[in-house]
Design a protein around this ligand. Structure first.
Ligand code: HEC
Length: 377
């Protein structure tokens, strides 16, 4: 009896200990030259405050006093690569929206935390919230859904579907989009043209806009409606969100229309945990962006380009798929797929995962991969 009570008490204390932030090394001497007001504040501004600030998804990490109690937790979360939430492994493909820590940033963080979290005496760089304005300048059109998304307090991450009427009276060529959902509750979003499935791009808390390379644009038909899937997680109070979509039009019809291909992966007959999807480029294509949709129970995803000259390049390698951080992959520079190339995506399901869990049809697609591309010169 007593033993059980003691065990229970210890358990309660451990849980309580996990809930309150622990001060990091309160009495340790400083053994690092890395300072909060210099390297760390700018690092947090580059990679963390898009979500860790007042009015955003998570606890603020803007000032020294806000960050210091979280030092040990920051070390844990970044070591385990849960934070920042960028699921792709470093070294494969170059992405414009990559928020992963570079090895150098990682060293700075660990050195600062292990070295006694010194603040520094110079003033910290000011925090500017870029979420308040359209980063690409004045949009040509701003549209919003007629029905708001109701996000219940403390609800678990889940997608909600919204439709935005563009109100366009003639066809247009879109060269860029920007999107503004409520930053307290939105974790990611994907936009496409209702009916045609043309993928327009994604939104994440750290990269709101997508701009196409010069000369490339999406065709948006007159009266087009935009289908938006937003992943929301509840905050402390219920929130009703009416996100705004900004469209930027090209002056002339695009020389290089961007089109969407959606691949559906099927189970490999010989290896049931392996799922494969392939895209064969009949003519040379420039690949702009990719959107993998991986059901729960997916362990890894590899996307590989196999050129007709026999060369191979891994464009994306994801060891741990994050279900709660849907991520679009936008190439820094479009990747050229010479005519005859094959883009191959291979996913593995977790061992023991129920293959039929993700849908009613166990023989149906295991994952989908959406590709945006245009004719390469
Ligand atoms: C895209 C948004 C986003 C970015 C970017 C981000 N975080 Fe987070 N972070 C969250 C959210 C949301 C949580 C709360 C847990 C969850 O919902 O996954 C969290 C949780 C944490 C926690 C754990 C808090 C706890 O309760 O133990 C730490 C520590 C952390 N983040 C540090 C960082 C650091 C350091 C960076 C930058 C290097 C960073 N995060 C970047 C959204 C983000």
């Amino acid at each position: 009896m007593l033993r059980q009570a003691v065990t229970a008490l210890v358990f309660v204390l451990v849980i309580a200990g996990m809930l309150v932030p622990r001060p990091a090394y309160p009495h340790n001497p400083t053994t690092t030259t890395v300072l909060f007001n210099r390297e760390i504040a700018t690092l947090l501004q580059r990679k963390c405050v898009q979500c860790h600030a007042d009015g955003k998804l998570a606890m603020p990490l803007v000032t020294f006093d806000q960050t210091r109690p979280w030092a040990e937790a920051i070390k844990e979360e970044t070591l385990s690569r849960r934070m920042p939430p960028w699921p792709a492994e470093r070294g494969f493909g170059a992405y414009a929206n990559d928020i992963g820590l570079t090895p150098r940033e990682f060293e700075f963080l660990i050195s600062w935390i292990d070295g006694g979290v010194p603040e520094g005496t110079d003033p910290a760089p000011a925090f500017v919230d870029h979420g308040d304005h359209w980063t690409l300048g004045m949009p040509d059109v701003v549209a919003a859904p007629t029905t708001a998304a109701a996000v219940d307090a403390r609800s678990a991450p889940a997608f909600k579907h919204l439709t935005i009427d563009t109100g366009l009276t003639h066809d247009g060529w879109v060269r860029a989009i920007d999107f503004k959902p409520d930053p307290r509750v939105a974790r990611g979003a994907f936009l496409s043209v209702a009916g045609t499935g043309q993928y327009l791009g994604g939104w994440t808390p750290w990269q709101s806009s997508t701009e196409l390379p010069a000369g490339a644009a999406f065709k948006l038909p007159a009266h087009a409606r935009i289908a938006v899937d937003v992943m929301y997680s509840g905050s402390s109070q219920p929130i009703s969100d009416t996100p705004q979509l900004a469209l930027y039009f090209a002056a002339a019809p695009a020389a290089a229309p961007v089109i969407t291909t959606t691949l559906r992966a099927m189970a490999d007959a010989r290896t049931p945990a392996r799922f494969v999807a392939e895209f064969k480029a009949a003519d040379a294509r420039a690949l702009v962006s990719m959107r993998p949709e991986l059901p729960a129970g997916t362990r890894s995803l590899e996307i590989k380009l196999m050129r007709p000259d026999g060369s191979r390049e891994v464009l994306l390698w994801m060891k741990d798929a994050h279900q709660v951080w849907p991520t679009p992959y936008v190439f820094k520079k479009p990747v050229t797929l010479p005519a005859g190339s094959v883009l191959q995506a291979v996913a593995y399901a977790e061992s023991g995962a129920d293959q039929s869990r993700s849908g009613a049809d166990p023989a149906g697609p295991r994952f989908t991969l959406t590709l945006n591309h245009y004719a390469a010169k």
